[in-house]
Design a protein around this ligand. Structure first.
Ligand code: HQG
Length: 180
């Protein structure tokens, strides 16, 4: 398989493991796990796949989006879900500053309402400006916000760190945002 094919399959896996497991007729358990064999069977109706290819996708993923269970029989997305699952994220004290990259056309709404999780379970925050910029670019002309995560933490807001280094929190009220 070429890198291009693997990326296409990976996007399909993200759709299944984060948003719509029903597209291949499977369910995730409460912790977001899918049975690996069921996933392989479901994907194989659309894309060539086997256990080795899946392992390659998981290992080579530049954002480390997926994890296997310890015994290797299950797989889940590390973050990014829109469906209600509990991936057992560790609650963690955040760094003083986190970053959020978005598109310019959302700025007015964000400065009014703060950051909302929209279709996902959490607002996603980046540990550095460069990552935030990449995230913002997915949506259009990027705008970066500094998030006063230290103050939010002291004010009682909860932060979680995903297995792949994305910071998650339920909402970021506008007073904690500063546009770069
Ligand atoms: C925006 C990717 C208007 C928010 C990335 C964002 C990330 C508002 C969009 C992960 C708003 C939602 C998540 C408000 C927030 N008014 N717009 N009040 N509050 N927004 O894709 O953070 O490659 O759901 O700024 O790397 O862009 O998929 O969230 O622009 O980690 O693995 O609403 O997805 O990872 O967009 O990206 P998204 P996101 P993957």
């Amino acid at each position: 398989e070429t890198t291009h094919d693997l990326t296409r399959i990976s996007k399909y896996i993200s759709l299944i493991l984060r948003h719509k497991p029903e597209v291949i007729g499977i369910k995730l358990d409460t912790h977001g796990w899918a049975d690996v064999n069921a996933l392989l069977a479901g994907i194989s109706r659309k894309h060539p796949i086997n256990r080795d290819i899946l392992e390659e996708i998981v290992q080579s993923d530049e954002k480390q989006r997926y994890s296997f269970s310890e015994d290797g029989t299950k797989i889940r997305a590390n973050q990014g879900h829109s469906i209600q699952v509990d991936v057992e994220l560790p609650m963690t004290e955040p760094p003083e500053t986190l970053y959020h990259g978005t598109a310019q056309r959302f700025a007015a709404s964000i400065e009014n309402q703060g950051l909302l999780p929209q279709s996902r379970l959490y607002v996603h925050l980046s540990p550095d400006q460069e990552t935030a910029e990449k995230v913002g670019r997915r949506h259009g002309k990027p705008v970066i916000y500094l998030v006063d995560a230290g103050q939010m933490h002291r004010d009682g807001y909860l932060f979680y760190l995903s297995a792949n280094g994305v910071w998650l929190t339920k909402v970021v009220p506008a007073p904690y945002l500063k546009r770069l």
